[in-house]
Design a protein around this ligand. Structure first.
Ligand SMILES: Cc1cc2nc3c(=O)[nH]c(=O)nc-3n(C[C@H](O)[C@H](O)[C@H](O)COP(=O)(O)O)c2cc1C
Length: 435
């Protein structure tokens, strides 16, 4: 195909690393209109100041382009903190969703399609954990938009085209996102990043945290609404804030976010600071000092990364994230009220001798009894021998049971059950016993 004949270039997201590629393509396709979201258009103004192409901004989901022969393209903005400019494209004729980062994976092999669900699942999970989990709220919102479309295939920018397992993958994404949102502990991770370095650190910290079973609400301060920052902080057990240093300062949005933290976050929340810098790193010092002066405890020494983080720095960041999550769990455990043992638990604790509680069930009927020992008598029907207990009502009914379970409480020195146990358990046992 002759690039000069291209009418449109659709940008699913804007990556500064690819600006050169885009420049070259635009030189070869001077008539092409770039179709993108509003944040992407703004990013292009910064990236291509001298070579700004014709741009068609799509908003809100109602935008479409008719390419003819049934190929009507519809556009769905799906912003996340990491990719505020992200855009899906849906072709009505082929029912293919060009899903950009969603439903992708970092896998390079010869298979064009997702032939095996099982073989790909662990890579998919890793990709989701790294790139999607910290944005679970926005991922869920994006998935909800899909209900209006019949999708036959997902065509992501990384990994195979999803042709055979679209439903499973959609369902799995919903489930994973739900799991993230349902986690008991959450961390608010606020950052800004002009060239992507601080964003990479943020993403890696987030991965370390989610790996340890703690949810992350990732917030890109450049796009965030102050109310969203407040709400996230109020729901979090800890927060992290990261900033690049530009002209000796933290960007204005980070200063605003810091103000919100200082006025919203409880002093009991654990905190952490990180950032990429070039030579002086004032922004990181500012964040550290303001938080310390504000009475917050920093869970780790601020992470200062000169320009682009190396592989080993990223590994360190991931470990810091995991340690941060573990520290939050520890604090939570320490704060958890100790529930006093119930009278039954106290009584059982004082028991001497071997003792079992046998529970049985058939249909809606269930039964329980005490026994000093239990063993299998027959398999068909499933009868039990049990020993001990001379009181009335200790009999297991002479009918086959669908299930039974013997809970063994251990063997102590004497075989005489403690009276306290019977006092407490007896009424309960009688009410369940089926004579
Ligand atoms: C316009 C500009 C100004 C900068 N000013 C500083 C500075 O005052 N002190 C410093 O340590 N680094 C400075 N840097 C370097 C950045 O902090 C560094 O490139 C960092 O990796 C950017 O992080 P980011 O990729 O998250 O935006 C500057 C960079 C640029 C482009």
């Amino acid at each position: 195909m002759n690039p000069a004949e291209l009418d449109y270039i659709i940008l699913g997201h804007v990556n500064p690393n690819r600006a050169t590629t885009l420049k070259v393509l635009l030189e070869k396709a001077p008539n092409a209109v770039v179709v993108c979201s509003n944040p992407a258009a703004k990013a292009l103004e910064d990236l291509l100041p001298d070579q700004l192409p014709k741009i068609q901004v799509v908003r809100g989901g109602e935008a479409e382009i008719d390419l003819g022969k049934g190929h009507r393209l519809r556009f769905i903005p799906v912003p996340t903190p990491r990719w505020p400019e992200a855009l899906w494209t849906y072709d009505e004729y082929t029912q293919v969703l060009y899903s950009n980062k969603f439903f992708g994976m970092h896998l390079c092999d010869n298979a064009v399609y997702d032939l095996s669900w099982q073989d790909l699942l662990s890579d998919r999970r890793h990709y989701y954990d790294c790139l999607m989990a910290p944005n679970a709220r926005q991922v869920t919102a994006a998935l909800e938009k899909l209900s209006a479309f019949t999708v036959r295939m997902f065509a992501p920018v990384h990994g195979p085209v999803v042709r055979y397992h679209t439903r499973e993958l959609l369902h799995t994404y919903q489930e994973w996102s739900q799991q993230q949102k349902g986690k008991e502990l959450a961390v608010t991770l606020i950052y800004a990043s002009a060239y992507g370095n601080t964003a990479t650190i943020a993403q890696t910290l987030a991965h370390g945290i989610t790996k340890a079973g703690v949810a992350v609400e990732s917030i890109n301060a450049e796009q965030a609404d102050p109310e969203d920052i407040k709400t996230a902080l109020e729901k979090s057990a800890g927060f992290l804030i990261g900033s690049p240093t530009l002209g000796g300062h933290a960007p204005t949005q980070i200063q605003t976010a810091l103000g919100i933290i200082l006025s919203t976050a409880s002093k009991t929340q654990l905190a952490g600071v990180f950032g990429s810098f070039g030579w002086s790193g004032e922004a990181i010092d500012l964040l550290e000092n303001k938080l310390k002066d504000g009475g917050y405890s920093l869970a780790f020494d601020p992470i200062r990364v000169k320009f682009k983080p190396t592989e080993s720095t990223l590994q360190y960041c991931e470990e810091v994230g995991t340690d941060f999550a573990q520290a939050l769990k520890k604090v939570k455990r320490a704060k958890a009220p100790r529930t006093p043992a119930s009278s039954v638990e106290q009584a059982v604790g004082r028991l001497v001798g071997s003792l079992c509680v046998v529970t049985t069930r058939k249909g809606d009927a269930s039964s329980a009894m005490l026994a000093s020992w239990v063993s299998q008598a027959t398999f068909t029907p499933p009868w039990l021998y049990r020993g001990g207990g001379k009181r009335p009502g200790h009999r297991i009914p002479d009918v086959p049971w669908q299930s039974f379970r013997a809970q063994y409480f251990g063997r102590r020195q004497s075989s005489r059950p403690d009276e306290a146990f019977f006092e407490t358990v007896w009424p309960w046992r009688r009410s369940l016993c089926w004579n």
